[in-house]
Design a protein around this ligand. Structure first.
Ligand code: FAD
Ligand code: FES
Ligand code: FES
Length: 460
């Protein structure tokens, strides 16, 4: 028998009966619940007009895009919309007061989204420096260029006293919503469902799949939701390696990843926006198998491997062997990516990565490169390089690596066409991509030559 989706909305309980779990949160809020404060701008996760806040049981408040979230994902969660921001006496919330007093509301259409991003930022007790504020706002577009007063309002609300997080409804055991939104709560249950429903799509954060429901208006017919399976959300590390559950969100994995590979700090700040990183996962980034996903080049350079699981057992596969062709992978129909493991850096090893895109924030890569090198007495002794945007799949640059070790950086740059025959598209021509990749190698050479610059990964 089907279960009802239950979640907390603006401190009150919600139980959905007879509502499709594939409905987007935004459509439900506006069209069924009558809460029109949350706006629809782009309907594809880009503009932030639909930003609401997920209130986590550990006290964190994460901004997320309601337009690409499916209702089934919200079971057992707590959500706040702009209507839920007022003070207990009905007065405007301090974030709203700051926005009004700084003259930060202009067209008004994007304002609720900005208010909710500011609310999540204020609740996080974060620093009020420009870098942090820009990061918190990168997922909200203001088309009338009114950012200055919005940034001013953000500085006023930084570090507001923490407000208690409402308790979400408890859910014990697996659930099924409608007849096709499966929400397992154990690995064994997940694998049984995967075998029984090979047609169902695996759904992690829905920051790719949610677009089927929002932009394409063709929601998936059946999904298996991975976010509540503990084996897929665990993040562990030992002296030698880090293992990230495939369904752990970027937001959860970021501190561990950045501590081990500091170059990822700038790089990951440019993977989508906070709204995307609140729900998006590395497993989804690999599973979607896009040639321009940002994590695969990094993970190829880091020599990551995947644990693939099914009712038949588990196997570990180097990521290098996972991508078979354009959006084609080695994942069998009954398999799921359980986790991604990557070795830590040894003494003498360095890691860098670059993302080149048309826009600095909230844009997919034109070319992304990642490099892990072992250097002794100024000489590169070992190197692994991964590139995205240069072939039908994210790919390791084996000829480039060999040339670099044998003859140095100039030869490595010249070897680029042996590894890659990129395509022309609106993001960049093949010639442009080859030139950019060669230039990134030159940049890498300069970084290594100047140790002071080595930790700094600037945005391109
Ligand atoms: C506005 C916007 C900006 C974005 N910016 C970037 C960006 O800068 N860089 C970037 O790389 N991506 C970007 N993306 C794409 C997306 O956010 C990432 O690919 C993200 O990592 C997907 O994770 P998810 O959990 O949301 O995947 P989902 O949408 O849930 O799933 C994606 C695919 O992976 C499969 N999958 C998920 N988990 C597993 C698993 N455990 N095993 C097997 N298959 C699985 C699903 O079946 C599906 O095919 C952006 C998306 C949006 C909407
Ligand atoms: S409507 Fe633009 S991000 Fe959701
Ligand atoms: S506030 Fe809406 S476009 Fe600037």
């Amino acid at each position: 028998m089907a279960d009802n989706i239950r979640f907390t909305l603006n401190d009150g309980p919600v139980e959905l009966v007879g509502v499709s779990p594939m409905t987007t949160l935004l459509d439900w809020l506006r069209e069924q619940r009558g809460l029109k404060g949350t706006k629809e701008g782009c309907a594809e996760g880009d503009c932030g007009a639909c930003t609401v806040v997920l209130e986590r049981s550990d006290g964190r408040r994460d901004a997320m895009n309601a337009c690409i979230a499916l209702l089934g994902q919200l079971d057992g969660q707590s959500v706040r919309t702009v209507e839920g921001l007022r003070e207990p006496d009905g007065a405007a919330h301090p974030v709203q007061v700051a926005m009004a007093e700084s003259d930060a509301t202009q067209c008004g259409f994007c304002t609720p989204g900005f208010v909710m991003s500011a609310y999540a930022f204020a609740a996080g007790a974060e620093k009020a420096d420009l870098e942090t504020i820009h990061d918190a706002l990168a997922g909200n577009l203001c088309r009338c260029t009114g950012y200055r007063p919005i940034v001013e309002a953000m500085t006023k609300v930084a570090g507001l006293p923490a407000e208690p997080v409402p308790a979400p409804p408890a859910r014990v055991g697996s659930a099924v919503f409608g007849d096709s939104f499966f929400a397992p709560r154990s690995l064994a249950e997940l694998l049984k469902l995967r075998t029984a429903h090979p047609e169902a799509l695996l759904l992690a954060g829905a920051t790719d799949l949610g677009l089927l429901a929002s932009r394409s208006r063709k929601p998936p017919e059946a999904v298996i939701h991975l976010a509540h399976v503990p084996e897929l959300t665990a993040i562990t590390e030992d002296k030698e390696q880090i293992t990230i559950g495939a369904a752990a969100t970027y937001a959860a994995a970021l501190p561990t990843l950045i501590a081990a590979y500091p170059a990822l700090k700038t790089y990951l700040a440019r993977l989508g926006s906070r709204q995307i990183r609140s729900l998006g996962t590395i497993g989804g980034n690999i599973g979607t198998a896009s040639p321009i996903g940002d994590m695969p080049p990094v993970l190829l350079a880091l020599e990551a491997s995947l644990r693939l699981v099914s009712t038949r057992g588990s196997r570990d596969l180097p990521l290098d062997e996972f991508f078979l062709g354009y959006r084609k992978t080695a994942l069998a129909p009954d398999e799921v990516i359980q986790s991604i493991s990557m070795p830590k850096l040894w003494p003498g090893e360095v890691f860098f990565c670059d993302k080149v895109s048309k826009r600095r924030d909230q844009d997919i890569s034109t070319v992304a490169g990642a490099y892990r090198l072992r250097i002794k007495n100024g000489k590169v002794e070992d190197v692994r390089i991964g590139f995205g945007g240069m072939a039908a799949t994210p790919k390791r640059a084996r000829h480039v690596e060999a040339a670099l070790l044998k003859e140095g950086f100039a030869a490595a740059a010249a070897a680029m066409p042996k590894d890659f025959k990129p395509i022309d598209d609106w993001r960049g021509s093949a010639a442009y991509r080859l030139q950019v990749a060669a230039n990134l190698l030159r940049r890498l050479e300069l970084r290594i030559a100047e140790p002071g610059r080595a930790v700094e990964v600037e945005a391109l």
